[in-house]
Write a protein that binds this ligand. Structure first.
Ligand code: GDP
Ligand code: IMO
Ligand code: MG
Length: 432
């Protein structure tokens, strides 16, 4: 089986971690290809007394699957302190992390970039993006400006020193003169980054070459996105986006796997919509319906703990995700959260200044003014958490899923009915 891409269809937190985990032991490698510890994936394994919950930020979800090789690709930005904290945390719980591989070309989040992320947000005031404050944006900016620090630089003290000196020449001016902050000391930064070098060294390799060899042997490789389609720096709701390509195209550049190796694109989509941080959100609910979705769906950020903004399902966004990513299969998650609602509205199009839009307006100012046009579906009251096949679902839940599938223009191959690995309705085999 060639490579499979797995992306988020909305604004993140669709349940990508659970979906990757679901693909299970037939997967040879899981590659994280973009983002960093702005991501937060919660995975729940086992049931009853044995139920274990894991929150992953930098490590690919495949780390929890015995035998699978977890790979941090070249497109990722790595906070080394967070990486080893996460490794140590998992090892302490008995998870074997020894197969982890890290790309020599991935970029490293330097301490000044964490500071710059936070002070820039404060400076922006009401126009802030609402970032996670992890230094993601400034680190990708350094990569594009060609002043970034890469994993391979950590193993040559002279190169590292020269690169940190070059970056701080400009950044210290900005920090001191614009933001009124203390300058960073080059030696202290070099020391902080080098502290992890020896522990990291055995994990570092040419991951693109490794992946080619695995694919040539016929192994299945999953390319797992952080963030999601509408947070993509090119295709999302710019400027309220993250600083990487979280869509299927980013899977190639962020891993070194060519497009011709990819046979399937799975998009994870929530049965309603959530967003963390600032930016337009046409179906957002600021009333008790929104509070209900937040409470029943436990919509609080895995990374920052912020309450997630909640709203009804937006089929325009779903269709857009299909177009941008070339989705072959959807995994619909959190259908159980809608149980008990008398009726469930779905946004089928937008009204922008009196004109109907069936597709996402390319102009962001128009998108910000878009008013949802709703179609309403009858709800269901039956508990669906034990459903495992489509026929186990109540008629109204099935009608809702069928309607979404038609609107988003790609088949729904699995349906989440609870956070647990087993709490899934299987429609067709995602690895077939
Ligand atoms: P990710 O960032 O896309 O991996 O998603 P997160 O882990 O940040 O957020 C998804 C949350 O929903 C997690 O707490 C999951 O345990 C949970 N979850 C995933 N699928 C389902 C589902 O089908 N039903 C319910 N109730 N929870 C789910
Ligand atoms: P996962 O992988 C939801 C949002 C932030 C902010 C914007 C930019 O768990 O789905 P950044 O720190 O990346 O510069 O912030 O992007 N954001 C996410 N929202 N889920 C995520 O990841 C996110 N990663 C970043 O809230 O609005
Ligand atoms: Mg998340």
């Amino acid at each position: 089986m060639p490579a499979i891409v797995l992306v988020g269809a909305q604004w993140g937190d669709e349940g990508k971690g659970k979906a990757t985990d679901l693909l299970g032991s037939r997967v040879g490698a899981v590659v994280k290809f973009n983002g960093g510890n702005n991501a937060g994936h919660t995975i729940v394994i086992g049931s009853g007394e044995q139920r274990e919950k894991y929150a992953l930020h930098l490590l690919p979800s495949g780390i929890l699957t015995p035998g699978c090789t977890p790979i941090i690709g070249n497109g990722v930005v790595i906070d080394l302190g967070v990486l080893f904290q996460e490794i140590d945390g998992l090892e302490a719980r008995g998870v074997d992390t020894s197969k982890l591989v890290v790309s020599a070309s991935a970029h490293v989040i330097a301490p000044y970039n964490r500071t710059l992320d936070q002070v820039t947000e404060r400076f922006l005031g009401k126009s802030k993006i609402g970032t996670t404050g992890r230094g993601i944006g400034p680190t990708y900016a350094d990569k594009m400006s060609r002043i970034g620090i890469r994993v391979q630089d950590l193993f040559d003290r002279d190169v590292l020193h020269a690169k940190v000196t070059g970056a701080l020449n400009l950044k210290n001016q900005v920090l001191v003169k614009i933001y009124n902050r203390k300058a960073f000391d080059v030696d202290a930064v070099v020391e902080e980054l080098s502290a992890f070098a020896e522990r990291l060294r055995p994990m570092v390799t040419d991951t693109s070459l490794l992946l080619e060899q695995m694919l040539d042997r016929g192994e299945t490789v999953v390319l797992e996105a952080g963030q999601a389609t509408l947070l993509d720096v090119d295709h999302g709701t710019y400027p309220f986006v993250t600083s990487s390509n979280a869509t299927a195209g980013g899977a190639c550049t962020g891993s070194g796997i060519p497009p011709t190796r990819i046979s399937r694109v799975i998009a994870v989509v929530k049965a309603y919509t959530t967003r963390v941080g600032e930016g337009p959100f046409p179906t957002e609910l600021l009333d008790e319906d929104g509070d209900r979705l937040r409470n029943v769906g436990a919509e609080f950020g895995t990374t920052t703990g912020r309450p997630r903004r909640c709203g009804w399902f937006d089929a325009v966004i779903g269709r857009y995700a299909t177009r941008i990513n070339g989705v072959t299969d959807f995994v619909l998650t959190k259908l159980d959260v809608l149980t008990g609602l008398p009726e469930v509205p779905v946004c089928v199009a937008y009204d922008v200044d009196g004109t109907r839009h069936d597709e996402l307006p390319v102009n962001q100012a128009e998108f910000a003014r878009a008013k949802p046009i709703y179609e309403t579906f009858a709800g269901w009251t039956e508990d669906i958490s034990t459903a495992r096949t489509v026929t186990d679902l109540p008629d109204n839940a099935r009608r809702y899923v069928d309607a979404l599938e038609k609107m988003i223009k790609a088949p729904i191959s699995a349906i989440g009915v609870g956070p647990g690995r087993d709490e899934t309705v299987t429609v067709s085999d995602l690895l077939d």
